[in-house]
Design a protein around this ligand. Structure first.
Ligand SMILES: Nc1ncnc2c1ncn2[C@@H]1O[C@H](COP(=O)(O)OP(=O)(O)OP(=O)(O)O)[C@@H](O)[C@H]1O
Ligand SMILES: [Mg+2]
Length: 267
């Protein structure tokens, strides 16, 4: 049964999509069966997976609004060897359409309930806003992975995000948990980054991944070739960091399974 993880932060440009694509590819490289869902009308995760968003692919619009069968919407051929539910500007209309629909918050959850046993991990790349699509992601997910840049206002932003998640979770998904906090675009020579990083650890404890994603030009270049970094330059620091993150997530899961009684903090 797949673990469903929403990759979310309402702040723009913090590395949500980079994390979605590269973590999905890294998990796929460890022979896990992975589905990546692009819920952002920008379609960056779609393009970064080697699928042309302008080529009229089936998107999450069909899945959520038209209730097309999953098999008709899922794209099985991607450059990262995972399955993809695509997004493009058509998805903008989801917002309006969903507002008029029955059970609008749980349409993604319902769609995934039928197919989650086919995958080990389902990652959801959220848009940088708290709209009905993000609400659908929160309602469908087991947990949220929060990527963040270690800069001055970062902690404030994350506290606000967690506050929102808590309120939302109470309504649509009381079991929702924080999967982890990921430091992205990290520069260890930057003192502020180190200070913020320490604050994060004090605040979130071992929810902060040990793995840090460095600022790495290969991670920024790879999407223009439509591939995850590990298929563009597998020796790059960026590609290695996301492989390490996948390893850390897998180890955390194994540890949890070995110590099932250990309480897991809920959001
Ligand atoms: N570790 C990194 N090193 C260098 N560049 C990065 C790194 N992570 C992300 N970037 C670049 O930073 C920009 C923003 O990253 P990304 O698109 O992943 O963020 P996002 O949170 O998904 O943005 P949005 O909120 O618009 O969806 C992109 O141009 C991306 O290539
Ligand atoms: Mg994005």
């Amino acid at each position: 049964m797949a673990k469903i993880i929403a990759i979310a932060n309402q702040k723009g440009g913090v590395g949500k999509t980079t994390t979605s694509v590269n973590l999905a590819a890294s998990m796929a490289a460890t022979k896990r069966k992975v589905l990546l869902i692009d819920l952002d009308p920008q379609g960056n995760a779609t393009m970064g997976s080697g699928v042309d968003k302008y080529d009229e692919p089936a998107t999450c619009y069909e899945l959520l609004v038209e209730e097309s069968p999953f098999e008709e919407v899922v794209i099985q051929e991607t450059s990262g060897h995972y399955h993809l539910i695509a997004a493009n500007s058509d998805v903008t209309a989801c917002e309006v359409k969903l507002m008029e629909m029955f059970a609008r918050e749980v349409r993604l959850r319902n769609a995934l309930s039928k197919i989650r046993d086919r995958y080990d991990y389902i990652f959801i790349d959220c848009p940088p806003s708290l709209n009905m699509l993000t609400v659908n992601a929160m309602a469908a997910a087991d947990s949220i992975l929060v990527p963040m840049q270690c800069e001055y206002y970062a902690l404030e932003g994350v506290t606000a995000l967690l506050d929102t998640i808590e309120k939302l979770a109470a309504v649509v998904n009381p079991a929702l948990q924080v999967e982890g906090v990921l430091r992205t675009m990290y520069d260890p020579r930057n003192r502020l980054a180190n200070d913020v990083s320490e604050q994060l650890k004090r605040h979130f404890g071992d929810k902060v991944y040990r793995t840090v994603i460095p600022r790495n030009v290969r991670l920024a270049e790879a999407p223009s070739y439509g591939v995850p970094a590990m298929h563009y330059d597998k020796s790059s620091a960026g590609a290695k960091a996301y492989l390490a993150l996948a390893g850390e997530m897998i180890r955390r899961e194994e540890n949890k399974r070995q110590a099932p009684k250990e309480a897991v903090a809920e959001v």
